[in-house]
Design a protein around this ligand. Structure first.
Ligand SMILES: Nc1ncnc2c1ncn2[C@@H]1O[C@H](COP(=O)(O)OP(=O)(O)OP(=O)(O)O)[C@@H](O)[C@H]1O
Length: 497
């Protein structure tokens, strides 16, 4: 068991920036290993590390396990001390972890629904509907989307699931987010009074999650006893399923209705989950009536949300709706300089401009590029210069400079799945064709600068909403489905090489 884990550590140490390795991988351990059935259980010392490990490293650890155990392996993430399940001598195991100690601190308050069920990386996609499914893996993206640097969490942070590192101070402000930030600051000052709900929308990686954590953290800093709770919409939906299975709806309702502030992220993930939407509707009504603050993020504005009930959409619009736009060049430069500074590295404006000029769409990508450059420079023991940045980002820049075409993607994906290229434009819809077509659309959006309507046109004149659906579906599925994720890695590498 130790040899297996040592090898995983050795590989990850080579691949990751030292800070990340030290903060996120080092504290993990293997709690159980069943080589016959290729099952691994990886334990994290606390909930933050657990959330972060499963949202960020599940894919890579799963790949390593497949390789080292010579076949498709099942990787679970658990809180340290949970009953091991990987050992073949363990026939059955509890469905969830014990309630977190921090919940006990709620004392006389209703307990928070459990959120840290072990995650199984399986090959199934989550169902569209929210009917209870006992095998449903807890595949929520996790409640902590940005890498905190730390430390032990205060009980208030443990309870609220807030990431203490996502604060106003390290959120760079520019034209793109100044309105959203101002509204957020106002709500943090006067929760429940100014804008309720506050609805923040914008495309992926633009800082919505950062901003709502910042609000929550500011409120906790002012009133440490406030009952603030951050939850990702997927997690909320999972909690509804669990409450249904355990017949504990009263407890569930009482918990959410007892909050002072509810921060719910990526509300678009409630699409088609009718039971969850109904529960959320009740929670929403109760909280707003009691002047408790609700803050919602979404990838689009309320009217544009699909498969969300009208009564919810109209309520989402009843407070203040603010967009976060992609940052302009100067703001991207400022973000890079700030992020490098937080890593303890000084980068010149010239380097920041170079990176910012090539990565335009979102801050998450910008951060990824910076991390690559810093890792490359430290690995080669070289100063962070434009030349080093160019070398470190060679692959990425090839993609951006348009060497990858949609035609190229269609051909590569068709070859991979052994279907005809013509099927990429045809109207036929059997699954063995529809899925590769969706994958090709997703890659076209990821790897080229083409817009959704342009991509639709190149796929036999399809509507841009069809492309959008495909892009979202594959992006979502790849988080849960290791086989798909692996296929996408292979395709991406083939296209970039
Ligand atoms: N203005 C900013 N200043 C500093 N960091 C930022 C800013 N905007 C975004 N970031 C950083 O970019 C990363 C992505 O942001 P975040 O996760 O908040 O995006 P998001 O809009 O919630 O994306 P998604 O819709 O995919 O959940 C985070 O690490 C966040 O700290």
């Amino acid at each position: 068991m130790q040899a297996f884990w040592d090898e995983c550590l050795r590989r990850l140490e080579e691949e990751l920036p030292p800070q990340q390795f030290k903060t996120w991988i080092k504290p993990l351990s293997v709690q159980a290993l069943d080589t016959d059935n290729r099952r691994v259980e990886i334990a994290a010392p606390n909930r933050v590390k657990l959330d972060w490990a499963r949202s960020q490293f599940a894919g890579r650890l799963s790949e390593l396990a497949n390789e080292l155990l010579a076949g498709p392996a099942e990787v679970r993430f658990v809180l340290a001390g949970a009953t091991p399940r990987a050992s073949s001598s363990v026939a059955s195991a509890p469905a969830t972890q014990p309630a977190p100690a921090a919940v006990a601190a709620l004392a006389n308050r209703p307990a928070a629904p459990e959120v840290a069920a072990p995650v199984v990386i399986t090959r199934r996609a989550a169902p569209d509907d929210d009917l209870p499914d006992p095998d449903l893996p807890d595949t929520s993206p996790g409640s902590l989307p940005a890498p905190p640097e730390h430390h032990d969490l205060s009980p208030a942070h443990e309870r609220s699931r807030l990431n203490p590192d996502l604060i106003f101070d390290n959120l760079v402000t520019g034209k793109a987010n100044q309105l959203a930030r101002a509204a957020a600051a106002q709500v943090a000052e006067n929760p429940g009074v100014s804008y309720n709900p506050l609805f923040l929308y914008g495309s992926t990686g633009l800082g919505k999650t950062h901003l709502i954590h910042a609000i929550g953290n500011a409120v906790l800093a002012n009133s440490p006893g406030a009952r603030v709770r951050y939850v990702h919409a997927n997690q909320y939906a999972n909690d509804v399923v669990k409450a249904y299975q355990r017949k504990s709806f009263d407890e569930f309702k009482a918990y959410y209705q007892s909050l002072d502030m509810l921060l719910i992220d990526d509300i678009q993930f409630l699409a088609n989950k009718t039971r969850t939407q109904e529960e959320f509707f009740y929670a929403f009504e109760a909280l707003v009536a009691a002047r408790k603050q609700i803050i919602i993020t979404s990838d689009t504005y309320p009217k544009e949300l699909t498969n969300i009930e009208d009564r919810l959409k109209s309520r989402f619009e009843s407070g203040l709706t603010v967009a976060i736009e992609p940052p302009e060049l100067e703001m991207r430069v400022a973000i890079l300089i700030k992020k490098a500074d937080l890593e303890g590295v000084d980068i010149s404006e010239e380097v920041a401009f170079f990176i910012a000029k090539h990565l335009r769409s979102n801050v998450r990508e910008l951060e990824g590029a910076l991390r690559k450059v810093l890792a490359y420079s430290s690995f080669h023991g070289r100063q962070v210069t434009v030349e080093v940045a160019k070398e470190a980002l060679r692959d990425l820049l090839a993609v951006r400079s348009g060497q990858i075409t949609v035609e190229n993607i269609q051909k590569t994906v068709a070859d991979y799945y052994k279907i005809k290229v013509a099927d990429m434009y045809s109207k036929r819809r059997p699954t063995n064709i529809a899925k590769p077509r969706q994958i090709a659309m997703y890659l076209a959006k990821e790897l080229t600068q083409k817009s959704l309507p342009e991509i639709g046109e190149l796929f036999g004149g399809r509507d841009h909403t069809t492309v959008l659906h495909a892009v979202r579906k594959i992006a979502n599925d790849r988080q849960n489905d290791t086989e798909l994720n692996h296929a996408l890695h292979v395709l991406e590498q083939t296209l970039k090489s």
